[in-house]
Write a protein that binds this ligand. Structure first.
Ligand SMILES: Nc1ncnc2c1ncn2[C@@H]1O[C@H](COP(=O)(O)OP(=O)(O)OP(=O)(O)O)[C@@H](O)[C@H]1O
Length: 204
């Protein structure tokens, strides 16, 4: 199993947001998180990516195997497209950025400063970084924000190639990505009950 989440509870500001979440992600599989605004998808992804501790339960197989892309693109504005990707390749100990440039249609933009890219182009560059990490588990929060239809299709293709290569992907998104092999996980039934929070407070 690539990633396995067992009876996980996640919190924001010490308050549980979701509880009792369990799922497993096998190599070659994708899981799409669904749920209304504020339901806790981002909190769940951040916890799985190790950016915050679980409130309860366990996450196995994550850590160094995860490449995480958050809402913000986190690009270096004063570096070019190529320099941004090279920088990330260096951080993750890889070298090849050509596939990432090609698959996200960034070749024409290679020498532009990241700060001068349009919102959708920045997003493509942010997602292209996933490819240069060489990491098997992609965790993506709203990956398609700012992307036009053609770019969503490029992204979906890149994810499918990643799956075909034995990788896996966990994504929160409100739109249909056009990835037929993706399974859907609705977080709505796992909303933490307010009572659980009150009970826990008695032990603080
Ligand atoms: N300090 C806090 N205390 C309690 N609740 C908080 C605190 N900070 C944030 N929250 C709540 O935690 C919930 C989880 O938010 P999260 O960003 O994980 O949702 P989401 O499903 O990703 O939403 P969206 O679809 O809008 O991106 C929200 O309802 C938010 O209002």
């Amino acid at each position: 199993m690539m990633l396995s989440v067992t009876d996980l509870a996640v919190s924001r500001g010490g308050v549980p947001v979701l509880e009792g979440v369990s799922f497993a992600l096998a190599p070659g599989r994708a899981l799409v998180l669904r749920g209304p605004n504020g339901s806790g998808k981002t909190t769940l992804l951040r916890t799985i990516a190790g950016l915050q501790p679980p409130y309860a339960g366990t996450v196995e197989g994550a850590g160094e195997r995860i490449a995480y892309a958050a809402h913000s693109d986190g690009l270096k504005a004063m570096l070019s497209v190529t320099e941004n990707l090279r920088f990330w390749a260096q951080v993750f100990g890889t070298t090849d950025i050509s596939a990432a440039l090609r698959d996200f249609d960034l070749e024409r933009l290679e020498d532009l400063l990241a700060g001068n890219l349009s919102a959708g182009q920045k997003r493509r560059l942010g997602l292209a970084r996933m490819m240069v990490t060489g990491r098997p588990v992609w965790v993506l929060d709203e990956p398609t924000v700012s992307l036009d239809t053609a770019s969503v299709a490029l992204f979906a293709q890149a994810v499918r190639r990643h799956l075909q290569g034995g990788g896996s992907a966990l994504m929160a998104t409100h739109i249909d990505l056009g990835i037929p092999e993706a399974e859907v996980f609705d977080v709505t039934p796992f909303k933490a009950s307010p009572r659980a929070a009150l009970q826990d407070e008695a032990f603080l």
